[in-house]
Write a protein that binds this ligand. Sequence first.
Ligand SMILES: Cc1cc2nc3c(=O)[nH]c(=O)nc-3n(C[C@H](O)[C@H](O)[C@H](O)COP(=O)(O)OP(=O)(O)OC[C@H]3O[C@@H](n4cnc5c(N)ncnc54)[C@H](O)[C@@H]3O)c2cc1C
Length: 309
Amino acid sequence: MALQDIKDFPLVVVGSGFFGATIAHKVANELDLPVLVIERRKHIGGNSHSKVDQETGIEYHPYGSHLFHTSNEQVWQFVSAFTSFNNYRHRVFTRYRGQTYTMPINLMTINRFFNVDLTPETGRAFIAQQAAVETCDAPRNLEEKAISSIGRPLYEAFVKGYTAKQWQIDPALLPPEIIGRLPVRFGFNDFYFSDLHEGLPLIGYAGLFDSMLTHPRIKIMTDCDFRDVRDRFDKHSTRRRPGTRRRVTCGHLRAVVREFVEHYHAERNHQGLRNVIPFPSPDSALTVGRIGRRERLGGVLSFYERNAA
Ligand SMILES: Cc1cc2nc3c(=O)[nH]c(=O)nc-3n(C[C@H](O)[C@H](O)[C@H](O)COP(=O)(O)OP(=O)(O)OC[C@H]3O[C@@H](n4cnc5c(N)ncnc54)[C@H](O)[C@@H]3O)c2cc1C
């Protein structure tokens, strides 16, 4: 599309991830207005983009696996209009000192770990006892919050190493609110996500984004950074809203988050259910390649660097 044409669009959406694609789709379909979607990558779909590997025919997600999950009925109805979903439910298993456990922590994890046979009611009382051993009225970080919520033994076994590996940071440096990402369930539900709806699009994310953005009123410009063309827009008629919260990162993590490695695992069944343990053992030593974080300007700026092994 000729750049001089872009002023003809009453709405320009920067980015073609779920946020941009939804806005563009709705404006074209419901308001019948022309929309221009500008995308700096060579493809649409943002971080949820998928590709089919030429060698194996397997669909994969180059920016990290994306599982669609929501409890919002409106969101589910909206997205289901473009594709059906398979019934994949994410389950995570972890190993600690030679035993396999379900994650997040549920009654099965607790019973196996303490070698007890608790019910939902007795389980709650049991965890309250564990938590009462080391209480903390105003926890300052994830570690203090976790210990005062579930007790030190469960924290040491399932939260400390797991969090350090997933976030690449000591839990004592994370804010206490993060605990919400690690629920404790007093039942035997072993789904990783608690949402009502979950699955992978049967036509792939690439197909899903194609369906969302295929409309005579929608024009897409890929491989185009908005910052390079913004002068061509009337400042007063253009609105720009980021879909994801921005944070400032410098140092090593900037490279890490941009580093996407494609690799093959011929020896493991990645698509099997319940037969692989996807995470390394949380109790294994965190040594080589661990990334440390230092805060600057009271936490506004995070400086990441790879620590010495
Ligand atoms: C490794 C990983 C795994 C994840 N797994 C899940 C998951 O399993 N389930 C889940 O629900 N969520 C997951 N997420 C979160 C999910 O990716 C985001 O919530 C979602 O992508 C947000 O959509 P978005 O449209 O706001 O942003 P994005 O998908 O990031 O899309 C923004 C787009 O804007 C483009 N853009 C930015 N600036 C410009 C510019 N100046 N000019 C032109 N284009 C620009 C970018 O290239 C990008 O394509 C995961 C995220 C990551 C990183």
